[in-house]
Design a protein around this ligand. Sequence first.
Ligand SMILES: [Zn+2]
Length: 204
Amino acid sequence: MIKETLVEEIKNCEKLLIGIGEEWKSQEAVDIQVLYDKLGELIQDKDYFIVTTVTDGEIRKSSLDQRRIVAPCGNVSWRQCSKSCTKDIWEQGEIPDDICPHCGQPLTGNTIQAEDYIEEGYLPQWNAYTYWLSATLNKRVLILELGVGFQTPTVIRWPFEKTASINNKAHLYRIHGSFSQLSETVKGKADSISENSLEFLRNL
Ligand SMILES: [Zn+2]
């Protein structure tokens, strides 16, 4: 029943904010591209923005609109100098030997796991996101949190609760296999669905 309601709410919302978290790491789902594509079909006509903390870069291979995605924790398919001697960031394969052309040290994934994460990789999309978010006030905003736990709650979980609480027309769905609990600030404006978000989408 809640699945039908959710699909109906997607149809009726003006803005759709989606957070993708830990449950979407690709090793936990062999059919991750199928699920990204399914999500893409579900939201294709909507004014959406996706924030993901997953760094495996799989979402970049999906059919989702890349201009509507920000990955603040980075992604491994972008390369940076492991010693951060430069703020340059390269596409995978762009530097054939994966060695920094400036200092000769190995390149590494442009993610928060890097010793010195170069945040310039995601900042242009972050600016696009904050601009998009500023236009959601007083709109019917549907917020979908898919598998976001507590690894980096400052990126999605807590800001999404804030967005839900300050917007009168916002509604949040928090879908997670074990961490779907809601804070007091969003009581009455949010639904908690205690189901693995991949399973939830697969069965939608
Ligand atoms: Zn270097």
